[in-house]
Structure formats: C-alpha cells, structure tokens
Design a protein around this ligand. Sequence first.
Ligand code: KG4
Ligand code: ZN
Length: 356
Amino acid sequence: MTILGIETSCDETSAAVLDFPGNNQFGTILSQETATSLSLHAATGGIIPERAAREQLKYINPVINGALSHAFPEQTSQDEKGIPPIDAIAVTYGPGLIGSLLVGVETAKTLSMLWNKPLIPVNHLYGHIYANWIRTTDEQIDEIVFPALALVVSGGHTDLVLMKDHTTMTVIGGTRDDAAGEAFDKIGRLLGLSYPAGYLISQHAEKGDAKKIPLPRPMLGSRDYDFSFSGLKTAVLNLLRKNDWDFTNDSFTNEHTKLLYDLCASVQDSIVTVLVRKTIAAAKYYSVTTVLLGGGVAANQQLTVTLQKNLPEDITLFVPPPSLCTDNGAMIAAAGYYKGEKTHWSKVTADPELYF
Ligand code: KG4
Ligand code: ZN
C-alpha cells in the first residue's frame, strides 16, 4: 500500500510518500519534502500563527509536487490525468494551529476529491508515535512487540501512553502545565537563545557542567506519571534575577559563556531526569516489552542515551532518527496506515484541540 502523508499542524509543511509491504511490516520512505518557516519565528521567541499559515500556503503545492515527483520520477507512472499511483492520502487534522491545519486539510480534501483517492485523517500525536514504524536503514530491525509504552515529547505535548496493541491506547500521564519542548523553548528565550531552543540548549549543555548550578527536578518523587515544567522556568528566571545575570545582550564575557553552558546543562539534566525516571517507573509498573519515543524532544541525545542506559535489559527502546522526531509527513503516512480510517473527504474537518 502506498500512502501520501501531509503534515502542516505547526510551522512545518511536509509531504512524504511511503510504501507499506503489508503484514504489519515497517513502512519505507520513497520520498519526503519539508519546508519550514522557523527562521521567520526565530527572533520573536515563538510562532506567529498567521505568518506560519501564510508561509504554508506558499509551500504546500510545491512540497506535495516535489514529494510525488521524487517518488514517481517516470512520467509514465502517472496516468493520463496526472493521477499518481497512491492508494490513499493521510493528513494531520489536529491538534495544532487552526490556520496551519486548514492548509493541509483543505489541500488534502481537494486532492482526494480530484483524484478519487480515500482520505485518512490522522491525529498528529499518533504520528509522533508511529514514526517508530518507519524503516530508515537497510539493517534488519526488530518487530515492535506489545505491550508498549510511548513517551510523546514535543513542543506542545508530554504524554505517556500505554499501548496494548494498535487499537488500545491509554494515556497514563501527561504534563500539568508546560510541555517538555515548551520548557526548553521558554527557558531558551530567558537565556537569549533563538526559537526553538531545544537543540541549542542541548549543544551548549555538552560544554557545561550540570552540577555547577543545580535546578529543581519537578515532580520527580510524585507517585504518578504526570509532569510539570513551568516551575523550572520560574526557577531559572529567579536565578537570573537574583544573580543579575543577563544573557540577552551581546556583551558576553568568557565567564558569561561558561555560565550559560552550565545553565543549559542543568536545564537539560533536570528535564531529562524527570522524563527518564517516570518513563522507566511506568514501563516497569505496566510490564511493557517496548518503550517508544516520539516528538521533537526525542531528538535529544541525552534523553535517549540516559533512557537506554537505565531501562531494564528486557525492554527494547525504539527512537526514530532526529529527522523523524520533529514534525514530518512520513510519520503521518505511517499513522494513517496503522491507525487510520479511510473517510470521505466531505466528512473531514480540522480539529485544533484534538487529543488522544
Ligand atoms: O515535534 P515537534 O517538531 O513539534 C511539535 O509537535 O511541537 O517538536 C518541537 C520541539 C521544540 O520545542 C524544540 O525545542 C524541541 O522539539 N527539540 C528539542 C531538540 N530538538 C527539537 N528539544 C531538546 N533537544 C533537542 N535536540
Ligand atoms: Zn509534532
């Protein structure tokens, strides 16, 4: 089965063509094109929804066209009406920014109507989990064995989801305030780093010492699988004010740079420690066979290395490559294949508040 996946829930515009050989085997990426408006938002410390959607209107057709022409380079692989040889179109219909979602959803509906192909509306959060069902190397990969515990950590979500199989999913914990990625981004802003700050903080952290400036590890000892990261942001803010540290101007001394690296290391250490501790506790309690990571923060090396090091040996960890952790069309095609329902285009509408 060949699926065109379309993702436009936030600032990325991405389309991918995936092939699924059947028998629940992993999907293979035939092509993927992604455009992002991130550089437009870097200076503002966050996404301006209207600007993101306007950019996506410019990108959407070239991105879909690019993905299709890479997947099917032979002109003859399209029939005389220019209809590509795909079996379905999968599109993110929520959660996300309404203007951004509409760009993808309305484009996908139009293509579904014109090409007479089934449309599969996909929950973006499932997309992050199903990025794990994509084969990205020639190496033999193990089949994913249920029960599995998925940790979805992105800019908008921090959720622990228990999966008994492809249809039985239960949210066992989530964030009570800021998501993990949101914490990285908001703290990054306090530290004068451009948006999104997660990757930059992880780079700086490599040169710092987390022990130099200890920060709280919110809800580490709570007897549940919930998270809270807004207090960490406040702790950093209080620290900056108390010590009169300002990282937002350009007059950086060597001492400032060292402090910044140590702070980044401590912020990352705090977020990673809580994520790892709760994930392992839940994995043991629910006796899962597999842990799956997904979402932009899953691209964090310290998170994956610490989790791998501390997980019991009989639990297998799956982490998508960084390019499939952040938003992409391939993961939407994969979620469409495993979890989606073919739906008539007239019945699909964007839902910004969608959850599991
Ligand atoms: O999944 P994603 O691309 O978009 C959402 O669905 O939100 O995640 C974006 C988030 C941002 O908050 C970004 O700072 C964070 O993922 N991120 C990282 C890293 N790379 C991206 N956070 C920590 N370490 C990274 N290496
Ligand atoms: Zn996402």
